[in-house]
Design a protein around this ligand. Structure first.
Ligand SMILES: [Zn+2]
Length: 412
């Protein structure tokens, strides 16, 4: 039902555009180059016949597909995908379509060290006969999240071409700067006007995620006592030494290097300073709020001990909330997740859920009052040059959206 070749050609055009975001920039979008794709998407929506396409000053592309149903009480559903790609690796891809993938090793030509094989990616065994898209070896593919963008665009096209499909009012949102955690801050949710939203920004075929980490940021400031090193005996207190004691006191079993699944961690990210003054920046993660609080208490206990042992130094620990597990809000009204599962089943798939070891735009949106679980796109190995996606999986995701809008209509 979804036009897969149309989806593919849109996807290939999006990934050629470099839309890397920049955490050090103060502007929104954080990079000028994101505007290229933002304007392109607005033009494509207009070309599909959408009347009210709007681009906000902060680079959000908003559009409405009006209701096709006589029912007046259908919740307004919104579909989101982000235009930016991650830092660390260029985003302007030279995409390669491996048609009817035959199971042979895929060697990426611009860096033959980069390969995809059954050994390093067993999931590929399930993709034989499908059309696999990769980059050429030296860039990201940018399927995170241009697969989401292409899927949403493709579903919009299908719904516009088939007004006989009954659904309520739909709101489309393509947003900048997800990868730097600022994807949603600059959008007025009243302007969006949606009751429920879905980000198309998850991996595996059939996946619907409704749990993310709960996250705090912590900063420890240590002030030492400065002295000339030649005459420092019994005078100097070296903050750098105290900072290294602090980091060494963080339990190894609570680090990202040693945890997975549903376990949280404390992760020191930056140490900056001099013998006089040091800052240690950390992130604290856990799926549950009490686990998050325990980790905060552990940090406080270590700092208190160091303060007792070093009375002439000054320690200041600050812990600030960043985002919260969206399950806390979604479990109050599970329809957004249940309806998505129903739509996934109607697309012939088995719904699965994974607890995301990170945050999504949906974590912030849900906390702000817009319930936003995360739907699959089919991308894999994201944030690496071996990123890949199957066209058939993207097509299934677009099909899932078409089912999902009907599920909301039928239950209203
Ligand atoms: Zn993403």
């Amino acid at each position: 039902m979804i036009d897969a070749e149309d989806l593919l050609s849109r996807f290939l055009s999006y990934v050629r555009i470099d839309t890397q975001s920049d955490p050090h920039s103060q502007s929104t979008p954080s990079t000028e180059k994101q505007w290229v794709l933002i304007r392109e998407l607005a033009d494509e929506l207009k070309a599909l016949g959408i009347a009210d396409v709007q681009v906000t000053n902060f680079g959000f592309v908003l559009a409405t597909i009006p209701s096709t149903s006589p029912k007046a009480n259908i919740p307004t559903v919104s579909f989101w995908a982000h235009v930016d790609t991650a830092e660390g690796c260029s985003g302007a891809a030279r995409p390669i379509v491996h048609r009817k993938y035959n199971g042979a090793d895929i060697v990426l030509p611009d860096d033959p060290q980069q390969t995809l094989t059954f050994e390093n990616c067993p999931l590929l065994k399930t993709k034989i006969g499908e059309d696999i898209i990769t980059a050429s070896g030296t860039t990201l593919l940018g399927a995170d999240d241009k697969s989401g963008v292409a899927i949403v665009m493709s579903a919009v096209r299908h719904l516009v071409m088939h007004p006989e499909i009954p659904h309520g009012k739909l709101r489309i949102c393509f947003n900048p700067d997800e990868e730097i955690g600022r994807g949603t801050d600059k959008l007025d949710l009243k302007e969006l006007g949606a009751d429920v939203a879905y980000t198309l920004d998850s991996e595996n075929l059939g996946e619907i995620d409704f749990e993310s980490f709960s996250a705090d940021g912590a900063t420890l400031k240590i002030r030492g006592v400065a002295a000339h090193p030649g005459w420092a005996k019994d005078v100097m207190v070296n903050a750098l030494r105290l900072a290294s004691q602090f980091v060494a006191a963080l339990p190894k079993e609570l680090s990202p290097e040693t945890t997975d699944g549903r376990d949280g961690f404390i992760h020191p990210q930056e140490i900056k300073g001099s013998p006089e003054e040091v800052y240690v920046r950390m992130i604290v993660r856990d799926f549950e709020l009490d686990g998050l609080a325990q980790k905060g208490n552990l940090l406080r206990a270590i700092v208190e001990r160091l303060q007792r042992e070093n009375p002439r130094a000054q320690f200041e620990l600050e812990i600030k909330p960043q985002y919260r597990n969206m399950r806390y809000w979604l479990e109050k009204d599970f329809r957004p997740v249940d309806y998505a599962k129903e739509a996934i089943r109607r697309a012939g798939l088995t719904p699965t859920s994974d607890a995301i070891r990170g945050g999504t735009d949906g974590s912030r949106l849900t906390e702000r009052g817009l319930p936003t679980p995360n739907l699959f796109t089919g991308f894999h190995f994201v944030h690496s040059p071996r990123e890949w996606v199957s066209l058939q999986d993207m097509t299934k995701a677009a099909e899932t959206i078409v089912h999902l809008v009907q599920v909301w209509e039928q239950h209203a």
